[in-house]
Design a protein. Structure first.
Ligand code: SF4
Ligand code: SF4
Length: 490
C-alpha cells in the first residue's frame, strides 16, 4: 500500500466521450485512454503501487511534468508579504454602505432577518463619513489607474442626496484615473431627477428584477403594505428606456434572484419581454450562506436549470445561432461559461509550491473595501457583519493588517483537509463564505459542495472541447471575475 503523499496528486473523472485526469500540481486537465484511467484509479483509489501499474504512456506523462506527488506543506498565501504594500497604494475600489434601510422587504434579503447577518435599521452613513471613505480610498490608491466606487444599502437611492455629494466630490478631487460608479437598486426610486443624474454621470446600475410579476412580487414587496414592486419597476424602466435608450442598453443590467420552482417562467420572461430581453441578466441562486433556515430547491427547478445549462452548451458549440438572438438571461449564463473557460486556459504552473494557499480569497480590503454606515471596514459587502473576525479596520484607525492577513490566510482554519484536497487551486472558499461558526462536519459538507461544482465545470469544459467549441467570446466576459463562489463584475 502506498502512503498518501506517494500518490500522484490528481482527480480522475469521466464524461460520455472520454476519460480525464485533473492534475493538481500543474492545474491542467489531461486526456487519458481507458487503460491509463483504470491504472491511475488503481494507484489513487485502490492503493496499488506506481511500479505495479506504470506503463510507457503513463511514464511519458510523468516526463511531460504531470502526475507529480507534491503537496503543499505549509499554509501561506503568496500575497502575504505584499498585502501591506497593496493596501498602502493599490486599493482598487470602495463600497459605501449608505443606509441599512430599504423601502422593500424582500423575503430572501440579507437584511430580512432570515440570515445570521445584518438586519434593517434606520442607520445611515453621514455625508462626512462618506467623504472620509473617499479620502481614505484616494490616500491608498496612488498606484491604481482605475477606481470603482459603489453604493450599497439597504436601498442606496434612499440616500440619493449623499450619492450626489459623493459623485461630485470624487469628480472634483480625482484627476488622471478612470472612475467607475455603480450600484444595485430595487428600481422603485428611479425618479426623473435620479435618472437625469445617473445619465449625466455615467453611473452603472444593476436592477433587481426576478422575472414576471407573479414571480417577482412573491418576494419583492413594499414595506408595510405587502404590495408588490413589479409594476413600479417596469414603469420606471419604460420611462428610462424611452428618454435615454443608449444609457439603458449600455449602463443597465439585471440581477435576478432565483428561488423555488419558477425557473421556466423566469427564462421565458427574460427572453421575450420587449423591455428587458436585450439586457444582460445575471441569475443568482438565493443565498444559503449564513441562512437561518434550510433553503432547498424543487426537482422542477433543477430540471429547468439543467435545460438552461443544455441550451448554453448548444450555443457554445454553435448549434444555437448568434448571441444577438439570445435573450438576456441566456447571455448571462454564457458570460459565466466563457469566464470559467478563460480561467482554465490561463494555467502555467509546473508544481505546487511547499508554501501556498487554496484559491478563493481576494486581497481583503484592497479589491472591494466595504465601509459600513459607521465607518467599519470589511473585505467586501458579502461578508457577514456579525463576523467580528471580518472587521479589518475602520475610518478612524485605518487598516488592521493582522486581521487582513488572517482573512487572506483563511485556509489556516481548515489546513489539514486543504493540503490533500484536489480542488485546492479551484476552491471558492473565502471569508465571505464562512461565518466562523462552522463545525467540522459543516465544513466537510461545504467543501464537498465546492468540489462538486469544480468537477461539474471541468466536465462541461471537456465536453465542449470534445464537441469542438472554440470559446471565441472574448467580449462576453470582460470585467467578470469569480469571487466568493459567484461571478461578479469588476
Ligand atoms: S474545498 Fe475545502 S478542503 Fe478543498 S481547498 Fe477548499 S477549503 Fe480546502
Ligand atoms: S466574496 Fe470573498 S473573495 Fe470576493 S471580494 Fe468578498 S471576501 Fe473577497
Amino acid at each position: 500500500m502506498n502512503s498518501v503523499s506517494e500518490k500522484p496528486f490528481i482527480h480522475l473523472f469521466q464524461v460520455a466521450g472520454g476519460y480525464y485526469c485533473y492534475d493538481v500540481n500543474t492545474d491542467r486537465i489531461v486526456t487519458l485512454n481507458k487503460d491509463e484511467f483504470t491504472r491511475l484509479q488503481d494507484i489513487t483509489e485502490r492503493g496499488m503501487s506506481w511500479e505495479s501499474r506504470q506503463t510507457e504512456s503513463l511514464n511519458r506523462l510523468k516526463e511531460e511534468g504531470f502526475l507529480k506527488v507534491n503537496r503543499v506543506r505549509k499554509t501561506k498565501h503568496p500575497e502575504t508579504d505584499y498585502l501591506k504594500n497593496y493596501c498602502e497604494s493599490k486599493v482598487e475600489g470602495i463600497i459605501l454602505q449608505l443606509t441599512q434601510q430599504c423601502n422593500l422587504r424582500c423575503k430572501y434579503c440579507a437584511y430580512s432577518g432570515g440570515y445570521d447577518n445584518r438586519t434593517h435599521s434606520n442607520k445611515k452613513m453621514t455625508v462626512e463619513t462618506a467623504k472620509k471613505g473617499i479620502d481614505f480610498l484616494l490616500e491608498h490608491s496612488r498606484d491604481s489607474e482605475r477606481l470603482v466606487i459603489s453604493f450599497y444599502g439597504g436601498e442606496p437611492l434612499l440616500e440619493f442626496k449623499t450619492i450626489k455629494v459623493v459623485v461630485k466630490y470624487v469628480e472634483e478631487k480625482v484627476e488622471g484615473k478612470e472612475i467607475v460608479f455603480n450600484f444595485t437598486t430595487n428600481g422603485t426610486l428611479l425618479t426623473e431627477e435620479v435618472v437625469d443624474f445617473l445619465v449625466e454621470h455615467n453611473i452603472f446600475i444593476t436592477i433587481s428584477l426576478d422575472g414576471p410579476e407573479n414571480v417577482h412580487d412573491k418576494n419583492r414587496r413594499h414595506v408595510g403594505s405587502e404590495k408588490g414592486s413589479y409594476k413600479t419597476i417596469m414603469s420606471n424602466l419604460e420611462e428610462l428606456a424611452k428618454k435615454y435608450p443608449d444609457y439603458f442598453s449600455k449602463y443597465l443590467s439585471v440581477n435576478a434572484v432565483l428561488e423555488g420552482d419558477d425557473m421556466q417562467q423566469v427564462r421565458e420572461f427574460f427572453e421575450t419581454n420587449e423591455l428587458v430581453k436585450n439586457l444582460t441578466v445575471m441569475p443568482t441562486l438565493v443565498s444559503t450562506t449564513n441562512s437561518k433556515v434550510r433553503r432547498t430547491m424543487s426537482e422542477k427547478f433543477f430540471e429547468e436549470y439543467e435545460y438552461i445549462h443544455f441550451l448554453t452548451m448548444l450555443y457554445a458549440i454553435g448549434r444555437i445561432p448568434g448571441r444577438e438572438k439570445l435573450g438576456g438571461y441566456m447571455k448571462g449564463k454564457i458570460t459565466r461559461l466563457a469566464s470559467g473557460r478563460q480561467e482554465i486556459d490561463r494555467k502555467t504552473r509546473t508544481v505546487l509550491p511547499e508554501k501556498w494557499h487554496h484559491s478563493g480569497p481576494c486581497l481583503p480590503g484592497v479589491m472591494r473595501l466595504f465601509v459600513d454606515v459607521d465607518g467599519n471596514f470589511y473585505p467586501c459587502e458579502k461578508v457577514s457583519e456579525e463576523n467580528k473576525d471580518a472587521v479589518i479596520g475602520d475610518l478612524e484607525n485605518g487598516y488592521n493588517l493582522e486581521k487582513m492577513l488572517d482573512a487572506l490566510n483563511i485556509e489556516k482554519k481548515n489546513e489539514c483537509h486543504c493540503h490533500e484536497c484536489w480542488a485546492y487551486s479551484e476552491c471558492s472558499i473565502c471569508i465571505a463564505t464562512l461565518n466562523n461558526k462552522e463545525t467540522e462536519e459543516q465544513m466537510k459538507t461545504r467543501c464537498a459542495g465546492v468540489r462538486r461544482i469544480v468537477e461539474e465545470e471541468m466536465k462541461d469544459y471537456c465536453v465542449l472541447k470534445e464537441l469542438g467549441a472554440t470559446f471565441d467570446w472574448s467580449e462576453e466576459n470582460q470585467g467578470l471575475e469569480r469571487c466568493g463562489g459567484e461571478y461578479v463584475w469588476t
